[in-house]
Design a binder for this molecule. Structure first.
Ligand code: PMP
Length: 351
């Protein structure tokens, strides 16, 4: 019966990071250092937990379809912008593709990068065109504009997963000026970069900026993301989206998490400290990062080999092999708690 499955799903799909509980458990390590998925190692803000507990008492009711509690909190926090929400930023990306892309239309993606843009575009029958970054992983804006001029959507991730580097607001502006379609700017890691892309939102009608509560806000398990969108897009996004897609517990938790700036600042400080320490203490080249992870060049070993060896020593990191357009000798390492980062440095240096 497999012949019934669409050809785009016969192979491929999203590659998940290693789970705690694989080979790492067998190694007799009681605690596993979980540095594979770019999560905040600290639990959610107490304010978010309380809001979730209160909201769950009303879970017999359908959620607000416009996610007003979150949109109001976002407006209070960021100012007068138009927002949409989704089941993680993944959900936002999926709905955006569904809203805008017809079969056969082009979606251009700056690569190597996060894989879900291509998968979500493919699901709409889009033609996905990768535009490789330069050798130092900076974005070749001229090449991106040439390929993306008449595309429906151009996707740019900054800071980029998995390379970690950010693209300047000036380069983003250049891309916006050069294309006729929409630019989706993935800002999943922007809180760690210090770059402010929001002024572009006021000026451009063709910009969507995606954000998530999965990283700095410690809510990866509640699956909630959002985007700054131009006002014209919001009603169409709501029309294309799955009804009631964002649940009321996640929305309440996210709204509360936004106001706990101490919680976010603590992890941002940790990230800034450890980006420097990884670069100084590892025996391998560490790429400059504006995110809460670093990409490490482990040549002549492969990323897969190093991931396996580290897992056996109780450290989970991510091999970059699955990122199309990247050679096989890189790993991506999230910044966790001190003991996790210290164990990673010790074990990686002893390989
Ligand atoms: N964009 C990037 C660049 C990511 O790395 C991730 C998560 N790994 C996402 C989007 C999706 O985030 P969410 O958990 O909000 O779906």
């Amino acid at each position: 019966m497999e012949r019934l499955v669409r050809s785009c799903y016969k192979q491929g799909g999203y590659v998940f990071a290693k789970k705690a509980g694989g080979p790492a458990h067998g190694a007799g390590n009681e605690r596993i250092a979980r540095l594979a998925s770019n999560e905040n190692p600290e639990g959610p803000s107490p304010a978010a937990v309380k809001a979730a507990q209160e909201a769950v008492l009303f879970a017999n009711r359908y959620p607000d379809e416009r996610v007003d509690v979150l949109v109001s909190a976002l407006r209070a926090h960021y100012g007068d912008y138009t927002f949409v929400a989704g089941v993680g930023m993944d959900g936002v990306i999926e709905t955006l593709m569904r809203t805008l892309v017809d079969p056969g239309e082009t979606v251009v993606v700056s690569t190597p990068t996060f894989s879900f843009y291509g998968l979500a575009a493919q699901a709409q029958g889009a033609k996905v065109v990768p535009v490789p970054r330069r050798a130092d992983f900076s974005v070749d804006t001229d090449a991106l504009i040439r390929a993306g001029k008449d595309a429906k959507i151009v996707v740019l991730c900054t800071p980029n997963n998995p390379t970690g580097n950010a693209t300047s607001a000036e380069d983003v502006r250049r891309v916006l000026d050069g294309i006729n379609g929409l630019l989706f700017l993935d800002n999943a890691y922007v809180e760690f970069s210090g770059i402010d892309y929001l002024p572009l939102m006021k000026k451009y009608e063709n910009l969507v900026i995606g954000r998530t509560f999965s990283k700095v806000h410690s809510l990866a398990g509640l699956r909630i993301g959002y985007a700054f969108v131009p006002a014209w897009l919001q009603p169409f996004y709501l029309r294309a989206g799955t009804p009631f897609t964002v649940n009321s517990v996640s929305a309440a938790a996210a709204a509360a998490a936004l106001s706990d700036t101490d919680h976010a600042s603590r992890y941002i400080r940790q990230v800034k400290t450890w980006r420097k320490r990884f670069a100084a203490e590892l025996k391998y080249p560490v790429l400059p990062s504006d995110a809460n992870f670093v990409m490490v060049d482990v040549a002549p070993q492969t990323g897969d080999e190093v991931v396996e060896k580290l897992a056996a020593r109780g450290v989970l990191v991510r091999s970059c092999r699955s990122f199309t357009g990247l050679s096989d000798h890189y790993i991506r390492v999230s910044i966790g708690e001190d003991w996790e980062n210290e164990r990673f440095v010790r074990e990686a240096n002893s390989l």
